[in-house]
Write a protein that binds this ligand. Structure first.
Ligand SMILES: Cc1cc2nc3c(=O)[nH]c(=O)nc-3n(C[C@H](O)[C@H](O)[C@H](O)COP(=O)(O)O)c2cc1C
Length: 237
């Protein structure tokens, strides 16, 4: 069934041009331009709390371990919060949403990191991600998991990859899905303009015993200006 979806999906991508020909070339061109920025420029932008808006995830440098290579891994756990934000962010966009959400909720926050971080280079990341998806051999997460029994509400943050859930979030759900049984899930994500794809269906499929609420998804370059929409989404939960 998954293979069927993958074939239909790839055909859709080819038809729409998304992650396919012209759009991909445009995105790649943009990545290359961004990748050519000097390290001083990158350092300057990553020293901000929020990644500068010219550093969209399509091309922003990242060691995959943490946003833009220079920041500490986020792990903010309390003893009494009943909500937690669990997220992966290769290049900072999804983490930008997390920072905005932390101002608006009392949720704990847990950033997922990988045994083998993705390359900073976008094209190499796409190549590796494609191989992982085709072989269904998703990356190992090396984050030490807290006891999730404390939490009733789970904000799940990820990014669209190949019009579905990104590989690290698939890994997380494969290993930890059962620990989220009975909990309420609030998916949020960023993308390069093509939306969240079938990621919500994928989450529902992987978390059959959880309640999946309405999601929030925003284009990477609009993430930092989506405060109002984000607030509305949080208020509606
Ligand atoms: C491997 C890979 C595949 C991607 N595939 C898509 C896609 O199919 N559709 C889309 O809109 N954006 C796609 N993107 C763009 C990311 O979803 C977008 O830049 C996102 O904001 C990155 O989030 P992050 O900075 O938190 O990692 C892809 C990015 C990568 C690295």
């Amino acid at each position: 069934m998954k293979k069927f979806f993958a074939i239909v999906f790839s055909s859709m991508l080819l038809l729409t041009g998304c992650a396919g020909s012209q759009e991909e070339n445009e995105i790649n061109q943009e990545n290359n331009n961004q990748s050519n920025q000097s390290s001083a420029e990158l350092e300057e932008s990553s020293s901000e709390d929020i990644v500068a808006t010219d550093q969209y995830g399509r091309g922003a440098q990242s060691d995959g371990q943490d946003t833009n290579s220079t920041e500490e891994v986020v792990r903010e756990l309390s003893e009494d919060s009943d909500a937690i934000i669990i997220y992966f962010s290769r290049s900072g966009n999804t983490e930008n949403l997390v920072k905005m959400m932390q101002d608006q909720t009392n949720a704990d926050a847990l950033e997922l990191t990988l045994d083998e971080p993705y390359p900073a280079d976008y094209d190499e990341t796409v190549e590796r991600a494609d191989e992982e998806r085709e072989s269904e051999n998703f990356p190992e997460i090396n984050t030490e998991m807290p006891d999730f029994s404390q939490y009733d509400h789970i904000y799940l943050g990820y990014q669209t990859w190949s019009m579905t859930l990104s590989n690290p979030m698939i890994s997380f759900l494969e290993v930890n899905g059962e620990a989220l049984d009975g909990k309420t899930i609030y998916p949020f994500s960023t993308n390069a303009g093509y939306g969240e794809g079938d990621s919500i269906e994928r989450i529902q499929e992987m978390l059959p015993n959880s309640t999946v609420e309405e999601s929030f998804s925003v284009e990477d370059e609009d993430a930092t200006s989506s405060q109002d929409e984000l607030e509305d989404w949080l208020a509606g939960q």
